[in-house]
Design a protein around this ligand. Structure first.
Ligand code: PEP
Length: 251
């Protein structure tokens, strides 16, 4: 299966910095990377990414993604961005349920499931994030937590579950420099794989990405695990050299 390397810029960037970063990526990307590549940018910069892509053939291989999407279609939801709006700016992906949204914005499993549904309804692939906190891992609850988070999305989107991407992101590994060991990550991915298989009568394999301090040095080993189909990359996606190395590791 073609792996997917998706950058999550989080709330970073500026018009000038984005242009420089994409310029460096364009210079370093091969015309046909052996993996799919996406960048999930802050909403105000989606138009810039779309324009930069249109102007540089080397960037054609990068798909655009958003970091969140509203569960609502339109109307009185101040500050929200709908899936149809993301579509207008060429988004192929939208992250839903990132742990920072669950933690700082109180997003529940049910809301995350509805966001995935809104994305799917507009032809956008939701990258559904699941992951346990350190306390949950230490209490031996990792499997229960990630299965509960994914089950909510399956419950609402069962008929098109093979259209989603899942990202396993242990919360304790995000932005901390601590990475799950390849064995730790693989064992959770295998649990998620079995859950997805049981939920789908479509044999298509859902991509399950790993995220949490993936970097140029550890990417190859993590991506070499049988059930790790790519990476969701935060910090290392902001440096062209590192992001390109991770893309190269996914071949
Ligand atoms: C993320 O935000 O999805 C992420 C994985 O961040 P980092 O790579 O910085 O840990």
């Amino acid at each position: 299966m073609t792996k997917l390397i998706a950058g999550n810029w989080k709330m970073n960037g500026s018009l000038a910095a984005n242009e420089a970063l994409l310029g460096a990526l364009a210079a370093g990307l091969s015309a046909r990377p052996a993996c799919d590549v996406a960048i999930c940018a802050p909403a105000p910069y989606l138009a810039q990414l779309q324009a930069l892509k249109a102007g540089a053939p080397a960037l054609a291989v990068i798909d655009i993604g958003a970091q969140d999407v509203s569960a609502q279609a339109s109307g009185a939801y101040t500050g929200e961005v709908s899936a149809a709006m993301l579509r207008d700016f060429g988004c192929r992906y939208a992250i839903v349920g990132h742990s920072e949204r669950r933690q700082y914005h109180g997003e529940t499993d049910a809301l995350v499931a509805d966001k995935a549904k809104a994305a799917l309804a507009h032809g956008i692939t939701p990258i559904v994030c699941v992951g346990e906190t350190l306390a949950e891992r230490e209490a031996g609850r990792t499997e229960e937590v990630v299965k509960r988070q994914l089950a909510a999305v399956i419950h609402v989107n069962g008929h098109c579950i093979s259209e989603i991407v899942v990202a396993y992101e242990p919360v304790w590994a995000i932005g901390t420099g601590k990475t799950a060991s390849p064995d730790e990550a693989q064992s959770v991915h295998a649990v998620l794989r079995a859950q997805l298989k049981a939920a789908s009568d479509n044999p298509a394999r859902v991509k399950i990405l790993y995220g949490g301090s993936m970097n140029a040095a550890n990417a190859a080993t993590l991506l070499g695990q049988p059930d790790i189909d790519g990476g969701l990359i935060g910090g290392a996606a902001l440096k062209a050299e590192d992001f390109l190395k991770i893309i190269a590791a996914a071949q």
